[in-house]
Design a protein around this ligand. Sequence first.
Ligand code: PGA
Length: 238
Amino acid sequence: MKKLFIVANWKANKTQAEAAEWMERVQSEQYSVSEIENKEIIICPSFQLLSLISDFLMESPANEKLLLRLGGQNLSGFGTGAYTGEVPAELLKEFCAYSIIGHSERRENFNETDEVIYRKLLQAKQHNITPILCASNPEQVRSMKAIMKNDSDKLKIEEMIIAYEPLFAIGSGKSDTPENANENAKQIKAEGVQYVLYGGSVNPDNIHTFTTTEFIDGVLVGGASLDPEKFIQIIKRA
Ligand code: PGA
């Protein structure tokens, strides 16, 4: 049975009260062993919720059964110090073993280029945060790999999780076909990547069509992860 990553990207949503309600609901659900045994669930909330959710995970006995982890949605390309408004990897590390890096919404709205993303990947590596690096096609993975190669030594694509997220599928309600997503995952794996996730309009009805393909190792879920009922079904049906 292959390992599956189910990543919830809450984006810029949820107050503390809403996040607490979500956690209580998802953790109180009954899961059979076969529904969760091969799955790692990674919740990526906005930064101001990390401490609250971290406390939940430490206190709840349900966490022993359900493998829930925390991830960032982004991190700084700089270290600690005089960088107002940034969250550096060294501080994120207190809560997160993972972080999404280079999401297409950041490329589009915050001018993140390959070079900016590269600096973020370096910071993640330095502080042992596994990147969930987003790519809208295999070409983007190749170009990141080329940058890493030029700067040699430190970064390895093999150590990253890649989330294949075609632009047309994000938030549109129109997911990629499982066949096409699988083909893209295959090409990304040909670059040496071990784990490839699919993201873009994943929901409880289509989750299974992606996780049962040969080359896809999980999903990155945006909109449908906000609703605990939908997310519970996504976990169970993956
Ligand atoms: P979506 O978002 O599931 O709402 O399409 C996915 C993502 O942006 O990671």
